[in-house]
Structures are given as structure tokens and as C-alpha cells.
Design a protein. Sequence first.
Length: 249
Amino acid sequence: MANHYPIPAESLSNALLISNQCSSRQESDAIADSILVDFKNNESTLDKESRRNALVGILQDYLDLAPDEASGILQHAGMKDNLDDISSSSSNDSHEETTQQEAPDNGVDDDIDDGELIGEGECELCERQMRLTRHHLIPKSTHSRIEPKLVRAATAMNKGDLERAERILGHGLEHFASDLDMEKSSIRRILEQTCDICRPCHSAIHKTHDNMTLALEYNTVDQLLQDEQIYKFCKWASKQKPGKYAMNR
């Protein structure tokens, strides 16, 4: 999918792997996405001369690199000296592609607003002390499909039929049955459950599973950490410096 980033996320991910900054594709994909999202969020405030330095600085922060190391990785990923030329080209490519076909829904964009920084504290996944984002454990894009199940299960629970309620909810959601009653607030509480996590972990989650899979199978912090890929990423992240997202910066 075309984007407005200065370099393709896949190219940056490949460069991170080749330079041995990441030990798996899962890690490199998540870090590459996070770096490019950070750059795009700050790009509008930068002049032409500052844009390359900003991207180098973000990479330094994430991986604790020297400036020449960060520059080398970006050059290997195909970043040119003039980021203006690349952004213009990416924008044109993106416009051309979207006129030909609608971009597929990979289930990530709906939860991207949750990625806004909300404060500081301990990430519930990698346990680093840093600035945090909020992740909806049942992503908002799935609520229209999950809520009817909860309503039907609540009706069953109101009749004292726990077995039927669990059957309606199905595997992955059945543990919510005992929390349901006929009050709408019980359903909203389930749909609005969140966890506070750092942006790299947030990106890793959405790189690993689509939103419906997250809603049905990974709707608690414990379940997220039971996924092998997510667990490996969080274990790796726990050993990295917070960089850009360090507290009190």
C-alpha cells in the first residue's frame, strides 16, 4: 500500500534486520512502523533541512544508535538526501493508486486514534517506564459485531442460563458472561476496556493480528502476552531504552 512516508516501511524493516538491530521480522516491522509514524506526526513542523535530521534522530532514540549508524541504516533503506522529493513522489503514487482501487481494510486504522499519547507510567506489556498510549482490548471497529453477542448473552444471563450465555459468546469471549446483566452499562464496560501500553508495543499488536482476531482471542493483557510473537516482541522491547518516549522529556 502506498503511503506518504519518506521511505517504505518494508525497506526500513529490511534495513533494521540486515544491520542486526532486530532479531525478527516481527520486531523490525513494528519498529519501522513506529519510527515512520513518529516522523509523519512531526513532519509538518519541520523545514526542509531539518526533516532528514529528524528521522535520523528518531531512529537514534528508538535503538540508541550513534548518528552515523542511524544514517547508514536509512541510506541502506533507500532514503535520499532530499526528503521533499520523496514525499512528493510518494504522495503522487498514493493518489494514483487510490484512484484505481480502494485500499484494503486491514483493521488497523480504526484503532490508530488510540495511539495518541495519554500520559506516563509502566507499559502493561513490556513493563518499561515511559510515555503511553491507550489500546482498546476489543477494538472499536469490531463493536458492531461484538455488541449483539453481548446483548444476547446478557439476556441469557438474566434468565440464569450461564451455559447458554457462554455458548452465545463463543470461544474467547465466554469469560465475559459472568460480567453481564441487562444493564447497558455492563456491555459498555466490556467494550470500553483498555490497557495502557507504549507505542512500539501498540504497533506490534496490530502488526500481528487484525482487529477481529484481537477482539475474539486477545481481549485481555494476559491473552496478548500468550501470543508467541507478541510476547517475543515485548521481551525484546523490555531491554530497549525508551528513547523518544522516555518520561519527563
